[in-house]
Write a protein that binds this ligand. Structure first.
Ligand code: SAH
Length: 350
């Protein structure tokens, strides 16, 4: 594919209209093309059958459609599917399909690698190469929707921005992708079924609240004690927990949507009563629920899943304080598709 041509999906509908007008075409052609690109997910100008052949070839002389391709697909024993997805420039990211009894969830990536440095996450060990475009994020959703229909006989029901990368560090494209996924001109999915997960960048959380997208927010907290959080998530030194809390209160005030705290419990790191107390105190200050996630080992590291009795102590204390808590079992662990395990490992096997 010619990489020098401009990716047509980088244009807004308005920009597309201007270009088509300058080619002597009517404005409604822009709408038709836009629909092919975003609603019908066309991967070639030749697919756009309601356009004249001349217009189609003019478009392909001037533009490209930089779609993604599934490079390899692995299926877990629990039916989770992990896709290694090749971007037009050869970079690879991973997207995961997670089936449960009555849902199919797509877990999508938003960056090649990650610029944050969480000590327990495999993706953090990869250098951040670049941000994904909105189109590349939408393409992942389309791929997983197709797989859901093919393998589970039902359309995709939920989307989580919990793959590789930090959504708030690719803010504009992530927001644009959400608009394309939810708008009637795009895939037309309900925003209530979309969750954006962030490691916690307060300024961007406030910005996202102002977008009025109606999506859900999850925050990877892992410790409500500053010194511990700074140690396991060093980037967080710049974002004190009080500032994070204030942005979450703002989020709730604007959206009336409860925050989900994602929380891992490790031996000797956050397995004491003081850690439990700190979490409860923190979570009580904003309408929220808590997901205790199982830790997925990522090779040699100091991190080790806490004893089940500690998890129980956490759940008891959280519940006693009137907060909803769920213990989340990992999916796709055997194929390194679980949380924090996405690191393009499958490439070594190709
Ligand atoms: N950067 C965003 C989006 C990634 S979501 C964020 O941090 O929220 C990936 C989730 O998996 C996060 O909650 C992250 O903290 C968690 N995670 C990272 N490494 C993990 C591991 N080894 N085991 C289990 N969960 C992990």
């Amino acid at each position: 594919m010619n990489q020098d041509k401009k990716d047509i999906r980088k244009l807004s509908l308005g920009e597309l209209e201007t270009i088509l007008n300058s080619m002597g075409e009517k404005s409604f052609r822009a709408k038709q093309i836009y629909e092919w690109l975003w609603k019908k997910n066309a991967h070639s100008f030749d697919d756009m059958t309601n356009l004249s052949k001349t217009l189609r070839s003019k478009l392909s002389e001037n533009f490209s459609i930089q779609n993604i391709q599934v490079n390899s697909m692995q299926k877990s024993d629990d039916e989770t599917i992990k896709n290694a997805v090749r971007l037009f420039d050869g970079n690879i990211v991973e997207s995961v399909l997670i089936p449960t009894e009555n849902r199919t969830t797509a877990c999508v990536s938003c960056q090649v690698g990650c610029s944050l440095n969480c000590e327990f996450c495999a993706t953090a060990k990869l250098k951040r190469m670049r941000n994904l475009t909105a189109a590349e994020i939408v393409d992942q959703v389309v791929v997983i929707d197709k797989q859901s229909r093919e393998f589970f006989d039902r359309p995709l029901s939920n989307i989580v921005y919990m793959g590789m990368g930090e959504p708030m560090m690719n803010y504009n494209e992530v927001v644009k992708s959400i608009r394309m996924i939810t708008s009637p001109q795009g895939l037309g999915m309900s925003p209530k079924r979309i969750t954006v997960s962030t490691s916690g960048i307060p300024k961007m959380i406030k910005m996202l609240a102002d977008e009025e997208l109606k999506v859900k927010l999850a925050v990877s907290l892992h410790s409500a004690r500053e010194e511990i959080r700074n140690r396991i998530m060093p980037f967080s030194e710049k974002f004190p927990l009080t500032e994070l809390l204030e942005s979450l209160q703002y989020w709730y005030q604007k959206t009336k949507s409860k925050i989900t705290f994602e929380y891992l419990v490790w031996k000797d790191i956050n397995d004491r009563q003081t850690d439990i107390d700190a979490l409860v105190r923190y979570a009580k200050r904003v309408p929220s629920k808590i997901n205790l996630i199982e830790y997925n080992p990522i090779g040699e590291s100091e991190f080790e899943q806490a004893h089940p009795a500690v998890i129980e102590a956490y759940t008891d204390a959280i519940q006693q304080n009137g907060i909803v808590v769920k213990v989340r079992r990992s999916r796709g662990k055997d194929i390194d598709a679980a949380c924090g395990q996405l690191a393009n490992k499958s490439l070594e096997e190709i």
